[in-house]
Design a protein around this ligand. Structure first.
Ligand code: ADP
Length: 639
């Protein structure tokens, strides 16, 4: 019979498996057991809703077999099985999730770390080829009359033929390779080492993993003793022995689970390279009784900001998974966490629709919301480095979440925000800013900027800095929206140093500036007229000290916001969002005096100087010049 060929990519992975290094080989059993367990989950789930499945929960099991003489290890399950099409689709090409994930990671990281990925990650079914020179899969799908046999000796292809199999489920039969110098495959060929591998990697699997063993039973010999009682004897009877403890990790008491076990469980279940930065255990009793194990990842998966990211927690009811990704049990703002919620209060055969509206889920969600926030605050306080790592990955998400739905979650999330501090030269929480504020300081000062350097040199910042006040640099696009949503922090208003009144001038200063403005009214009008539509007003500044000029705005739209929206080229409405720019001049600067003199004696020169000052203000604000060559000419004309 002609062999079918594996797809090229599958071949490459198979090659890798065949040549895998010694220490990685043992994961093959974990991978096959995990597939078997998934297959049982699927059939068990069906049995909840489909009366045709004549299986009891207690009937399900995974059976391991080992024969040293024949050099065979087998993994059998009575799960959902595979049809002929499933076999083609799942085992012939690299479309299955385990292998696909492996391939994606491999593409990302390059060949160098291929082998590391195997160790941490697993590759699913193909890992059988790490230890076997031939793999046979005998399977009968639920609802199908025919069973099929898939056979392969590695990269030269596979065959699928019809065969006999009594019951629904799958047997994976591996012919274990002969020993070679680098690898003694015989080490797997005994019950003890198979048992150890199950304990090491698959102890928490919720279905019994059994092996044939013997049991000692007391039986009657048929004879009676002097007192007339039957004489008993001990005999060996064949019996299946369950090797795994089957208690899910989240059901075990906290102190019985080591950090290594917990991390490994997370990495294998949720496919992450790295361990979580934090693990939250919840054991709640009350309105809803449930256990939860929540993991905070240290990094965002590559698809986190795309539609492909699937959020939600796994939902279990009495140890049976009822939903793989339940969104309603976790608030949207913390959708990056992974984990499991197990409650006896969830009915087993509940539909997704009913579950969505369940009051219990709402209660759990509220509860988890608090726990996750508290844990993040704890990290911030006690493990700052870990929090920084977390914030780097998920800070943007938290900011969006804070602004979403008109700031619905702003009170929950405000304490988790961090901004760059002019004083500390690093990200700090708002709480820290507030604690260090001198008593007389009225506002929390901030500036929206694209770089620290730009912010450090902003003319408007001078006065604030001279007072010794700290300034928060809003370096990300979303920051300004966050500040607007928050409005204040613990009763102290935010003050944008480029647009708001800094609150630093005395009444006297203000009257003085107003008076000066009146005196220079004609000049200011002249400058406005010269600059036309590019500014909506020209004023004298109360903020400037050593700089001659800067640009501020009036109204709701700031320059940073205009920049933010201008990038959305296809959005007409966004393009229409423009800041109303106001040019402010420093009346005590030499440049202003020259402008004033030119206005009296040489109107052409005054026009030129007005344009120059405006261009400078644009440059300082980090905005493009409308006509850069005109600006260069203007500068040169002064030589
Ligand atoms: P993953 O398990 O991550 O999806 P695998 O390569 O291990 O990737 O398996 C590919 C697919 O083959 C599985 O998704 C499943 O549909 C099917 N499969 C593997 N083993 C079994 C099994 N024992 N019973 C039923 N289906 C299986």
């Amino acid at each position: 019979m002609a062999k079918k060929q594996f797809k090229t990519e599958s071949k490459r992975i198979l090659d890798l498996m065949i040549n895998s290094i010694y220490t990685h080989q043992e994961i093959f059993l974990r991978e096959l057991i995990s597939n078997a367990s998934d297959a049982i989950d699927k059939l068990c789930y069906l049995s909840l809703t489909d009366d045709n499945v004549k299986m009891e929960r207690s009937d399900f099991k995974i059976k391991l077999g080992v024969s040293e003489e024949e050099r065979i290890i087998s993994v059998s399950d009575n799960g959902i099985g595979m049809t002929k099409e499933d076999l083609e689709k799942n085992l012939g090409v690299i479309a299955s999730s385990g292998s696909l994930r492996f391939k994606n990671e491999m593409d990302k990281t390059g060949d160098a770390s291929e082998l590391d990925i195997i160790g941490q990650f697993g590759v699913g079914f193909y890992s059988a080829f790490m230890v076997s020179d031939k793999v046979t899969v005998i399977t009968k799908a639920y609802g199908s009359e025919t069973a099929y046999k898939w056979e392969s000796e590695g990269t030269d292809g596979y065959t699928i033929t019809e065969c006999e199999k009594d019951s629904v489920g799958t047997d994976i039969i591996m012919n274990i390779k002969e020993d070679v110098e680098e690898s003694e495959y015989t080490r797997f060929l005994n019950e003890m080492s198979i048992g150890q591998l199950v304990k090491k990697y698959s102890d928490f699997i919720r279905w019994p993993i059994v092996m044939d063993g013997i049991q000692y039973e007391e039986v009657e010999t048929g004879e009676l003793d002097e007192d007339g009682n039957p004489i008993m004897t001990t005999v060996e009877v064949p019996a299946e022995e369950t090797i795994n403890s089957m208690v899910p990790i989240w059901q075990l008491p906290r102190d019985e689970v080591s950090k290594e076990e917990s991390d490994e469980f997370y990495q294998n279940t949720f496919y992450d390279y790295a361990p979580p930065i934090s693990t939250i255990r919840v054991n709640a009793e009350g309105q809803v009784t449930y256990k939860a194990m929540i993991f905070i990842p240290g990094r965002a998966p590559s698809n986190f900001f795309s539609d492909q990211f699937e959020d939600g927690l796994q939902l279990y009811s009495s140890g049976v998974m009822v939903m793989d990704r339940c969104k309603d049990v976790i608030p949207e703002c913390f959708r990056f966490v992974r984990g499991i919620v197990d409650s006896l209060d969830f009915p087993l055969n509940i539909s997704r629709e009913t579950l969505q509206h369940s009051r219990q889920l709402k209660i759990i969600s509220n509860n988890l919301e608090k726990k996750i926030k508290n844990e993040l605050i704890r990290l911030m306080d006690e493990e700052a480095e870990e929090y920084d790592k977390f914030y780097e990955s998920f800070g943007t998400h938290l900011k969006y979440a804070l602004c979403a739905n008109y700031g619905e979650k702003k009170e929950l999330l405000r304490d988790l925000m961090m901004f760059y501090s002019s004083r500390e030269k690093e990200l700090i929480p708002l709480r820290e800013y507030k604690e260090k504020m001198p008593e007389e300081q009225k506002f929390i000062y901030y500036v929206c900027t694209s770089s620290v350097l730009q912010a450090e040199n902003l003319p408007q910042a001078e006065q604030v800095r001279d007072h010794g006040y700290e300034i928060l640099y809003m370096l990300d696009d979303e920051d300004e929206f966050v500040i607007r949503a928050l409005k204040e922090h613990e009763g102290i208003a935010f003050c944008n140093i480029t647009t708001d009144d800094l609150g630093l001038e005395t009444e006297e200063d203000k009257t003085q500036t107003e008076k000066q403005e009146e005196e220079n009214r004609e000049l200011l009008d002249f400058v406005k007229e010269t600059l036309g539509e590019s500014v909506s007003d020209v004023k004298l500044s109360t903020k400037l000290k050593t700089h001659p000029v800067y640009l501020t705005t009036e109204g709701d739209v700031s320059i940073e916001m205009e920049k933010y929206f201008s990038v959305m080229k296809n959005n007409e409405m966004a393009q229409g969002i423009k800041a109303q720019r106001v040019l402010e001049l420093n009346a005590s600067h030499e440049a202003f005096k020259s402008l004033s003199e030119a206005f009296e004696s040489d109107k052409e020169k005054a026009k030129l100087l007005s344009k120059l000052l405006h261009s400078q203000a644009l440059l300082i604000a980090g905005l493009p010049l409308e006509n850069p060559s005109e600006y260069t000419e203007l500068v040169c004309s002064l030589f």
